[in-house]
Design a protein around this ligand. Structure first.
Ligand SMILES: [Zn+2]
Length: 426
């Protein structure tokens, strides 16, 4: 019996669809499994049915601590779309099927088996090895890691952490790279409020139509361009891909010459991006609107602020009868590329696949990692390597029907997490 596949199958059979979550089912299973291996565990719950599990192998002294982060909730599965029961945990042809196999009960199981196996071997690091199986990542309503970081910081504080977010193996022009998410863009949407003067639609000349005035601004936003700049994550990626870092203006063409996918990966990371996505003007057909609101999805590089973005966009649009309103700002954190955790990623990749290299990546979405970076300054990476499943297939299955993971990738992930523990905790 394969220990990690077996544990994953048992986790999949617990329905932790969020909402409502019911993650206590998973937390209790993991606690029973880990306590049997002699690992100390504690459940932390804001409400009884939504527990987070924190397990720990205490360090011999106060060396560097590593947290293996994961979440136990999953998104809805519509059984009618699936070829198998999404909560059956079937093992077929060397793959475990079910909701959460990739996102992310597979990594939950591998993390738990990493702790259990190290504990059974009598391993202890210099610093703590911590396993956090959090609730409520998919909705983020304040029951999971955010709540732990705020209410129980001593339980989850760590110098380093490993989470979901990347680990894909990509072949680019004959070069094999394993991507490690070390940073994330900031989501910072704006509303562009374009002003005019209302009036009866039958007499357009006496009004000033805000919708018509917005049209050229929307068109201008659609062609937004910035001077490309190379953030450290893209420099690291290009160095792994090309063996050197080209000037910013040549980066895209050089990446494309190796493989179109390489250009796709870096293009959104060369500057802030804007996409107008929503428009609102008059509610009545016969009333000329005095106000037109255009919502603009805006993604910033780590280190950029919404104020920087507003300045760049005002320069691009020129003067006009409009105002900018920033709606929210979230994400946009980064961790250094280097140090013990980066060294662990690098050495693991080289040992698993000679000739392959680790490459940093800044991701457009964000994970629970940002709570750790913001609260504790944790060096937080998203890295759970996969090799048997290709990234395009995995991307199609996550949050979709027929989600499944090859057992060989679970074993690869388990080897990585054990390696990370030994390399980082000392
Ligand atoms: Zn996830």
């Amino acid at each position: 019996m394969n220990e990690v596949a077996d544990l994953l199958r048992r986790l999949i059979r617990l329905d932790t669809t969020n909402p409502p979550g019911n993650e206590t089912l998973a937390a209790e299973l993991l606690r029973d499994y880990l306590e049997a291996a002699g690992v100390e565990c504690r459940l932390y719950a804001r409400v009884p049915e939504r527990a987070n599990l924190v397990a720990r192998i205490p360090g011999r002294d106060d060396g560097p601590s590593l947290a293996l982060l994961s979440h136990t909730d999953v998104v809805l599965a519509d059984a009618g779309e699936w070829e198998r029961d999404p909560f059956g945990g079937d093992l077929v042809g060397g793959e475990v099927w079910g909701r959460g196999a990739l996102d992310m009960k597979g990594e939950v199981a591998a993390s738990a088996v990493a702790l259990a196996s190290l504990a059974r071997e009598g391993w202890r690091g210099s610093g703590d090895l911590i396993f956090v199986a959090a609730a409520d990542e998919e909705v983020g309503a304040g029951f999971g890691l955010q709540w732990l970081v705020e209410q129980h910081p001593d339980a989850v504080r760590a110098d380093f952490s490993v989470n979901e977010g990347a680990g894909d193996r990509v072949e680019l022009g004959g070069r094999v790279l394993y991507l490690c998410a070390t940073a994330e863009k900031m989501s910072s949407p704006f509303t562009l409020r374009v002003h005019g003067r209302s009036g009866h639609a039958a007499m357009p000349s006496i009004a000033d139509n805000a919708l018509v005035k917005a049209a050229p601004l929307v068109e201008r936003l659609g062609t937004f361009e910035v001077e490309p700049q190379l953030i450290p994550e893209v420099e690291g990626f290009l160095a792994a891909l090309l063996g050197e870092v080209p000037p910013p203006g040549e980066a895209l063409a050089r990446a494309r010459a190796v493989a179109p996918l390489a250009a796709e990966l870096i293009e959104p990371l060369l500057g802030l991006t804007v996409s107008p996505t929503k428009a609102r003007a008059s509610d009545k057909r016969n009333v000329i609107p005095a106000l037109c609101e255009i919502t603009v999805d805006t993604r910033l590089l780590p280190g950029q602020s919404p104020e920087d973005a507003e300045g760049a966009l005002r320069d691009w649009l020129g003067d006009g009868d409009y105002e900018f309103v920033n709606i929210e700002r979230s994400g946009g954190t980064r961790s250094e590329i280097g140090g013990p955790l980066w060294e662990a990623v690098r050495s693991f990749v080289e040992a698993e696949e000679p000739g392959a290299a680790a490459a940093p990546l800044c991701v457009a979405g964000f994970t629970d990692s940002h709570w750790m970076r913001e609260a504790f300054g944790t060096v937080a990476y998203g890295f759970f390597p996969s090799r048997a499943i290709d990234p395009e297939t995995a991307a199609r299955l996550i949050h979709s029907a027929n989600e499944r993971i090859p057992v060989s990738d679970l074993e690869l992930g388990l080897r990585w997490l054990r390696h990370a523990a030994r390399a980082v905790c000392g």
